[in-house]
Design a protein around this ligand. Structure first.
Ligand code: ATP
Ligand code: MG
Length: 397
């Protein structure tokens, strides 16, 4: 069928895209699909009715285009479609060729008359084509759970015919929900939290805290690998590498060991918030889940929240470790996350940190620290790294 044009036909979750935001969501989705498939053999990206089409240069590029489209949030499902002249007899003549290599005992035809000017309605096309395919193959029509579904989209200038559905993640196109600042450790949880927010249409910027040179650079390298991986969903990312060592040194001189973690955390949040504001991000994201470790109690969460004006969102708050690990495997971050590293949060902390931090105590402990100056110093020594995906698509900035 080399003579037929091929398209990837992308469908969104209609409900998510209803209302006055739809044109803007569709524009963003199209822009993201265009960027995601750069260099993969897509000639044109176009908008149809409740769908987006990507015209392929040839059949060979389908596997690569398929794997790229799969990671674009806002795509619920998609298909490889053949583009045929808008003529039912012509379609029938092509049918043996289109069905070649497919064995099935039951089938259904699902026609969508996107162009209402077509003289037959979708029910009539279903019946006419159904009878034809039945005669041709001997298979039976079965509306529920057939072996194959033959989709026919009646477009203004052509029929689009397709079969196999590829499921994608759904969600919203990255960018439509604004920007968030993700506190990214090298661990399992925070990359999953980032992924979930990106799936809700948020563009993520990443902040990683390190205690270099008190420890080695392994956690920074892991954070960079994780950001590179996650950038497949948003095409460009910035990772801010912020130093915590000087702050930690000051905290251990004045605060009791049990309060160190919560104090570190408040500084991390302040620095993240400052970076977020500079970049017009509207919320801070962490990978915390309730009760997972001693520091993640409701009391400690309240004390940490008090250090920021911005909302701190914790998408994993109600998930347990096993669920998060499974998500991390699916997302593809798990193997990087479990590599050994030297994490700043494990530095100078006791076996049993405070689980019910008290705000008055925390505020008193911070009184002897020059908080603003410590934050300013850390910000001045924060490095930024830029990531792009597909890796060669965007120039380094
Ligand atoms: P994770 O698996 O994401 O490391 P965790 O279970 O190890 O989480 P904590 O170490 O208590 O939990 O960290 C809680 C959250 O604080 C993390 O999910 C992350 O959002 C943030 N965080 C922890 N360490 C860092 C770090 N070095 N840099 C940036 N954020 C961090
Ligand atoms: Mg961790």
């Amino acid at each position: 069928m080399e003579d037929l044009k091929l398209h990837a036909i992308v469908k969104t979750h209609e409900l998510a895209l209803k209302g006055k935001n739809r044109p803007w969501f569709m524009r963003k989705l199209i822009e993201n699909l265009r960027t995601a498939t750069k260099g993969a053999g897509v000639e044109r990206v176009w908008q149809g009715q409740l769908m987006v089409g990507l015209t392929l240069s040839d059949e060979e590029c389908w596997p690569e285009v398929k794997s790229r489209i799969k990671e674009v949030f806002g795509v619920a499902k998609f298909y490889k479609a053949y583009d045929l002249p808008r003529d039912l007899d012509g379609l029938k003549a092509r049918m043996p060729q289109l069905l070649e290599g497919r064995s099935f005992e039951t089938f259904r035809i699902t026609t969508n008359r996107a162009d209402k000017r077509f003289p037959m309605n979708s029910e009539e096309v279903n019946r006419d084509l159904g009878a034809f395919v039945k005669d041709l193959t001997g298979a039976q029509v079965k509306l529920k759970d057939p072996d194959i579904c033959i989709y026919v989209d009646i477009q203004p200038k052509s029929f689009l015919v397709y079969f196999d559905e590829v499921k994608a993640h759904g969600g919203l196109p990255v960018g439509v929900s604004g920007k968030v600042a993700v506190m990214l450790s090298g661990g399992i949880d925070s990359p999953v939290a980032a992924w979930q927010m990106m799936k809700r249409g948020c563009q993520a910027m990443f902040v990683h805290f390190h205690s270099y040179p008190l420890v080695d650079r392994t956690s920074m390298e892991k954070a960079a690998d994780l950001v590179q991986h996650l950038t497949r969903h948003q095409y460009e990312s910035n990772l801010y590498l912020a130093p915590l060592a000087e702050i930690q040194k000051k905290i251990i001189l004045s605060a009791p060991p049990s309060y160190r973690v919560v104090l570190y955390r408040r500084f991390m949040v302040r620095i993240t918030e400052a970076l977020a504001k500079r970049n017009r991000a509207k919320a801070i994201i962490t990978g915390e889940s309730c009760g997972q470790v001693a520091s993640q109690t409701l009391e400690n969460i309240a004390v940490v929240d008090q250090s920021a004006d911005m909302p701190i969102l914790r998408p994993l708050i109600g998930s347990n470790k096993e669920e998060i690990v499974n998500m991390a495997r699916d997302i593809g971050t798990f193997t990087t996350s479990i590599l050994p590293d030297q994490d700043c949060c494990t530095l100078f902390v006791p076996k049993h940190p405070e689980t019910k931090a008290d705000l008055d105590t925390v505020l008193r402990l911070e009184e002897v620290l020059s908080v603003d100056e410590m934050v300013r110093d850390a910000l001045e020594n924060t490095e930024r790294r830029h990531f792009a995906s597909p890796e060669a698509a965007a120039p380094a900035r």
